[in-house]
Ligand binder design. Structure first.
Ligand SMILES: C[S@@+](CC[C@H](N)C(=O)[O-])C[C@H]1O[C@@H](n2cnc3c(N)ncnc32)[C@H](O)[C@@H]1O
Length: 259
């Protein structure tokens, strides 16, 4: 990745935690906000991390957008998987550079974007979405942030079948994951991970029962992750008053070899 801001690159324009934007810089064009105008020509060729002043004197920081910045900025029509849960899925499912991953549903494409960044140029993400409106919305989101090169999107019901075999991970975020335990096993390499994200305990219980009953899965476990931000102020350092109390539960299982 280049260290300097190139014409056509995405930048994260940061004023404060609530006022920040991801934009694509273009020669001759400008960023407009109610805190002033920044000329993209004043950014191109300079390093990420610079501070610049708008024409009205407000200071902005210009950064390279992180995966979390992109995930939060994406337009969404569904509940998305948040960075704390996405990071857990990547680690627990062993998803990294070169991985081939099947995902469903695509939803808003927030997790698809994280998977795309994680697997990189050598890897690939195959994502299945049953609803055409969601499929089109996610496609638009992923195109906007340049996350389509290593992603194949299907507007299909994954229950009809997963085309890919010998994949490194299967990640599910849909209403009925328990219907997919056999199909996910058929698609995965042995001793690789199925990750299933569900917002309710009832879904988790049905999924764990189906995984156990199938006899094809080992090391079944379910996690919930809490994230609490700490407000750091002189003599007032403490957790922030409000936190996101619930996002979802994540169930992980490893595919057993069939000999
Ligand atoms: C909660 S959203 C997924 C959000 C996504 N993980 C994200 O971070 O943006 C669930 C999606 O699964 C899709 N879905 C439900 N059942 C499906 C199926 N059988 N095949 C494919 N997609 C399905 C829904 O249409 C919906 O868009």
């Amino acid at each position: 990745m280049p260290d300097t801001i190139e014409d056509g690159a995405l930048v994260f324009i940061f004023l404060d935690a609530k006022r920040n934007w991801i934009r694509r810089v273009k020669t001759g064009e400008e960023f407009h906000s109610n805190k002033g105008i920044i000329k993209y020509d004043d950014l191109i060729g300079r390093p990420y991390g610079i501070r610049v002043r708008s024409h009205s004197g407000h200071e902005f920081q210009i950064h390279r957008p992180s995966p979390a910045d992109v995930q939060i900025a994406m337009g969404r029509n569904t509940q998305i998987i948040y960075p704390k849960d996405a990071a857990t899925i990547l680690i627990q499912a062993g998803i990294g550079a070169g991985s081939r991953v099947v995902e469903s549903g695509t939803g808003s494409g927030a997790l698809t974007g994280i998977l795309s960044r994680a697997v990189g140029k050598e890897g690939h993400v195959y994502t299945y979405e049953i609803r055409e409106d969601m499929y089109l919305g996610a496609k638009k989101n992923l195109e906007k942030y340049g996350l389509t090169d290593n992603v194949t999107m299907y507007n299909k019901d994954i229950i009809e079948g997963i085309k890919e075999t010998d994949v490194d991970a299967v990640v599910l975020d849909l209403a009925t994951p328990w219907l997919l335990v056999d199909e996910a096993h058929r698609s995965l390499k042995p001793s690789h991970v199925l990750a299933s994200y569900s917002p309710t305990i009832e879904q988790v219980m049905k999924t764990c029962k189906a995984l156990g009953d199938s006899g094809k899965w080992g090391m079944i476990k379910t996690l919930e992750i809490f994230e609490r931000e700490i407000m750091v102020r002189v003599n007032k350092t403490r957790p922030t008053t409000w936190m996101v109390a619930h996002t979802g539960y994540m169930t992980f299982a490893r595919s057993l070899a069939v000999e």
